[in-house]
Ligand binder design. Structure first.
Ligand code: ATP
Ligand code: MG
Ligand code: MG
Ligand code: MG
Length: 479
């Protein structure tokens, strides 16, 4: 099934269940001081959940352009390295604003996946909320009872607050979630791990595809939970992951959402995808990032030196750097991908076609100027190397190169190691930490998904040139 059809089948299915199909909100938030980018389908409906506005229709469905590069949802470090987290992705969703609740949400999700999309039911398993003592709520028995009639109980797992309880912020609407995961491992692979109760441990072939959130509580200022008079449904399914499943692939990048871009990158850069892990990561990063950047520009967000524009600039620079380092491309080329992207996506997102020239010109300009920075940085680095006394380069010098000239630290480390030098990483980290503390004192208030941003909010993004060691492991227990 082609991705276009996958998208329209989702919308038509919920239309048949009396949902109104609405347009995606922009990916770049214009009027929300608490959030820079749309990171979930529900963002544009926030006021309905908060009770500040009344929806025209109590059932809606859409595909939402999302970007997860900051705040609570920051997947940037995973992107390219794994095959199922993107910066920009589409989230298919259906909503009930005080209308239907758990039974319909669960049964329709199952019907769509197994009857319309015809996914093998045996490959699916689900999670429900295990409950929380401090909040005084037990396991989500209501969801459990519904799932029990649909799926064998050994495939209903319990998840903790981190994964299975959704909150908009410190206060406000919240509730348990039930996630649907797919296990695409072969029978042999499954047999090897059977008996273990940890099912989804960042295995690339065991992925979460759909999250059903049951908004049934309000968290009050004192931290206590009260039942909401109106209960809501908020669901989100990753479109690219669904395409992977339905097209029988093991990676989102092997679906028709990405293959035209990847073929184009191979042609332009004279490289081959699927032969070497380092090259593959670079190609995935570029294919992913050009989408984020082009969609942002088409939404009117140009790369710049602060706020959302800075984030977009850093994403583009990350792609340029991967091309420069691993594909050995020293000329602007990412802008050439916009054409392919626009051909492929304009039907669903006409803004891409309308802003195609702007996207191309802006990206080309950014590429030229950053490639110059990289060239200059190389000269400076040569200087550092030739005047070095020992075989170790000070972290201070590397930090200066990074901070003042925008020269990426991992590139510094790579070049140094190629030349038989090492970098005093600890010293660099110390400098970086000090700088982070300086910008942190410019205060930033975090409230879960909703981050209060300052004009010069770049603190969040400093981290992505670093090697981060936080391994995310999702743990589930059996019911
Ligand atoms: P994961 O645990 O895989 O990071 P999540 O629990 O953070 O996903 P949700 O916030 O529940 O994701 O979002 C709903 C759905 O959106 C997920 O079930 C998944 O299919 C999809 N999704 C989430 N993050 C990404 C991403 N970075 N790229 C592509 N799809 C994503
Ligand atoms: Mg996530
Ligand atoms: Mg998850
Ligand atoms: Mg989830």
């Amino acid at each position: 099934m082609k991705s276009k059809e996958i998208r329209s089948k989702f919308l038509e299915f919920f239309e048949s269940k009396k949902h109104e199909i609405v347009a995606s909100a922009p990916m770049v938030m214009k009027n929300d001081p608490t959030l820079m980018f749309t990171n979930a389908g529900m963002n544009q409906f926030k006021e309905y959940f908060l009770g500040n506005a009344t929806p025209k229709n109590t059932r809606v469905t859409d595909t939402q352009k999302c970007l997860r590069v900051s705040g609570k949802h920051n997947d940037l470090e995973e992107v390219g390295k794994d095959t199922y987290h993107h910066t920009m992705f589409e989230m298919l969703g259906n909503w009930s604003f005080g209308d239907y609740f758990k039974k319909e949400a669960i049964e329709w999700a199952w019907e769509l996946l197994t009857e319309v999309y015809k996914i093998t039911p045996e490959n699916l398993y689900v999670t429900i909320f295990e409950g929380d003592k401090t909040d005084g709520i037990g396991k989500d028995d209501e969801a459990y009872e519904i799932w029990k009639n649909i799926i064998p109980t050994e495939r209903i797992l319990l998840g903790d607050k981190k994964d299975n309880f959704w909150e908009m912020g410190d206060q406000g609407p919240c509730g348990p979630a039930s996630e649907i995961h797919i296990d695409l491992r072969s029978e042999e692979e499954k047999a090897k791990i059977s008996g273990k109760d940890l099912v989804n441990q960042d295995h690339p072939h065991v992925v979460e595809i759909w999250n059903l959130v049951f908004i049934q509580f309000n968290r009050k200022a004192d931290g206590s939970l009260v039942e909401l008079p109106n209960k809501h449904i908020d669901t989100g399914m990753g479109f690219e992951r669904l395409a992977m499943v339905l097209q029988g692939k093991k990676s989102n990048y092997d679906t028709d959402v990405f293959t035209p871009l990847i073929r184009e990158i191979e042609t332009i850069t004279n490289s081959t995808y699927g032969k070497n892990e380092e090259t593959d990561i670079a190609i995935r990063v570029i294919a992913d990032h050009v989408r984020a950047v082009a969609f942002a520009i088409a939404d009117g967000q140009l790369p710049s030196n602060n706020g959302a524009g800075y984030v977009i600039r850093r994403i583009l620079r990350r792609a340029i750097r991967y091309g420069f380092t691993f594909l050995d491309i020293k000329q602007p080329f990412i802008f050439k991908l916009v054409s392919t992207l626009s051909q492929q996506m304009s039907e669903a997102f006409p803004e891409l076609k309308k802003q195609k020239n702007l996207c191309e010109n802006v990206i080309k300009e950014e590429e030229s100027s950053f490639l110059k920075t990289l060239d200059q940085g190389l000269v400076l680095l040569e200087n550092i190397i030739s005047t070095a006394e020992g075989k170790e380069i000070s972290g201070k010098k590397a930090f200066e190169l990074y901070d003042t000239y925008g020269f990426p630290i991992d590139l510094t480390a790579l070049i140094l190691s190629e030349r038989g030098f090492s970098l005093n990483q600890a010293e660099f980290e110390k400098e970086l930490q000090q700088q982070k503390e300086r910008s942190r004192s410019a205060a930033q208030t975090k409230a879960q998904d909703w981050v209060i941003l300052k004009e010069d909010d770049e603190e969040e993004f400093i981290g992505y040139d670093q090697l981060q060691a936080d391994v995310k492991i999702t743990k589930y227990r059996k019911v």
